[in-house]
Ligand binder design. Structure first.
Ligand SMILES: *Cc1c(COP(=O)(O)O)cnc(C)c1O
Length: 457
């Protein structure tokens, strides 16, 4: 008999979690204005809000934390982190930051001006926020396949090269760089192929533009390249990562994702002029160059996490768990962005709640229903998150409207996943009775989903 698949780790420390009653959840969610970001964590049973900073560190990471060097300048922890980043990415200049958006802030302060255009593949919300707050434009050049949630394609995160070339030709002198997000979070945690990265590089070279990778989940992207792209089956994840970054001039990193730390980020590049300019901004916003928003112990944990999570077994354990949830949803007929993404399942809310009009935010409505059903916290990645058009101030209904169930790394067992799938099935079974959604009663101008106040209709 073939032995079944099992996790590449065992559990050394546990944290109790608690169930609640429907009545408790009704009260809590009302107090939270039907925005799950406003819930207290102890009001949540299984928390799939995000996989960002919510992973479980390994014994090696905790061990490394104990020997962090907290010197203000020149800490060994910084050098260890910088060397690890260089080994994995090939980038030698590293600006540490407190998280991914801080890396964006520092880098974009140097590179993005009012009136600029920054083409890419479904810019993440903070990336878009840092572009639009500088009165520049984020131009989405993702392949059309990404919008068809039911189409099975191996690399739905790809950049559409023809769309990119059109933007490069039209706005050439207003483009500071091209940005590619790996994996493509907003399109459903979908990977970008090596061939696509190579083509982006070629077209950017043709127009003499630098390329930045938003790299939060680059290791998961490398796993998909190994599993799905010809010629990579026999390459190690680390070798694939080196090739990935050979096509970029610079990366921004949210270490809260694929470096499996609770907080941290960085910019890495080989462009000395960018480094020299980013250094200045980094010191102002983040801190001195050898800690920038992190403790020495954080940088040690980050380095070990990056090293561990660019190994196949760790990534396989993670991605198989996401696939496990996907198989359950297949069994129940619940539509989600296919194939399963690297860090999450994205349920296609308008296909489930067909009676809820888009103006009433189907994905947010499904998020609310799932929480009320079983205390499971997902996250709307849809029309609320899309914000309003900066010029017309109209809601942007052009993209997908998804309920994201993000799986924290090394945190939940497959039994928890069974509970999530069953709760979603219960909501799915009564979908015809859900006819009204939610209404906005207060919203911020930018990144409104974090603080929006809603009413149930
Ligand atoms: C999380 C994330 C960011 C922002 O990083 P933070 O650490 O949350 O500030 C940027 N881009 C992508 C693709 C992300 O997933």
């Amino acid at each position: 008999m073939n032995l079944p698949f099992a996790e590449a780790w065992k559990i050394k420390m546990v944290e109790p979690i608690r169930k609640s009653t429907r009545q408790e959840r009704e009260n809590w969610l009302k107090t939270a204005n039907y925005n799950v970001f406003q819930l207290n964590a102890q009001e949540v049973y299984i928390d799939l809000l995000t996989d960002s900073g919510t992973g479980a560190m390994s014994d090696r990471q905790w061990g490394a934390m104990m020997v962090g060097d907290e010197s203000y300048a020149g800490a060994t922890s910084f050098h260890f982190m910088r060397e690890t980043i260089e080994k994995i990415t090939g980038f030698k200049y590293v600006v540490p930051t407190h998280q991914g958006r801080a890396a964006e802030n520092v880098l974009f302060s140097v590179l993005v001006k009012a009136g600029d255009y920054v083409p890419g593949n479904s810019h993440f919300d903070t990336t878009k926020g840092h572009i639009e707050s500088r009165k520049a434009f984020a131009i989405d050049c993702t392949v059309d396949d990404a919008k068809d949630t039911q189409k099975e394609a191996p690399f739905k995160g790809n950049v559409d090269i023809a769309k990119l070339e059109k933007v490069l030709a039209e706005h050439n002198d207003k483009i500071p760089f091209v940005i590619v997000t790996i994996t493509n979070n907003t399109a459903g945690g979908q990977p970008v192929s090596m061939q696509n990265l190579r083509e982006v590089r070629q077209i950017a070279d043709k127009y003499n533009k630098p390329v930045v990778f938003d790299s939060a989940r680059f290791a998961e992207n490398a796993y998909f390249i190994k599993m799905r792209e010809d010629g990579y089956q026999n390459k190690t994840i680390k070798a694939i990562c080196r090739e990935i970054f050979s096509y970029a001039d610079c990366m921004t990193m949210s270490a809260k994702k694929d470096a499996i730390v609770n907080m941290g980020g960085f910019i890495a590049t080989n462009k000395q002029d960018w480094y020299d300019r980013a250094k200045v901004v980094g010191i102002v916003y983040e801190g001195y160059l050898t800690y920038g928003g992190m403790n020495g112990r954080d940088m040690n944990a980050l380095a070990v996490g990056l090293d561990e999570n660019t190994e196949f077994d760790n990534l396989e354990t993670r991605i198989k768990q996401v696939e496990y949830l996907a198989k359950k949803l297949d069994e129940y007929g619940i539509p989600y962005q296919r194939p399963a993404g690297g860090h999450a399942i994205f349920v296609d809310a308008p296909k489930v709640l067909t009676k809820v009009p888009k103006e009433e935010f189907p994905a947010q409505t499904l998020t609310v229903e799932l929480y009320l059903e079983a205390g499971i916290r997902g996250c709307e990645i849809g029309y609320l998150l899309a914000d309003r058009d900066p010029v017309t101030r109209e809601n942007r209904f052009g993209g997908l409207d998804l309920l994201r169930l993000a799986i924290p790394r090394r945190v939940y067992t497959d039994n928890h996943i069974d509970v999530v799938a069953a709760a979603l099935k219960n909501v799915f079974d009564r979908r015809e009775t859900i006819t009204r959604g939610v209404k906005i009663v207060w919203e911020a101008e930018l990144m409104r989903h974090f603080t929006v106040k809603l009413e149930r209709l």
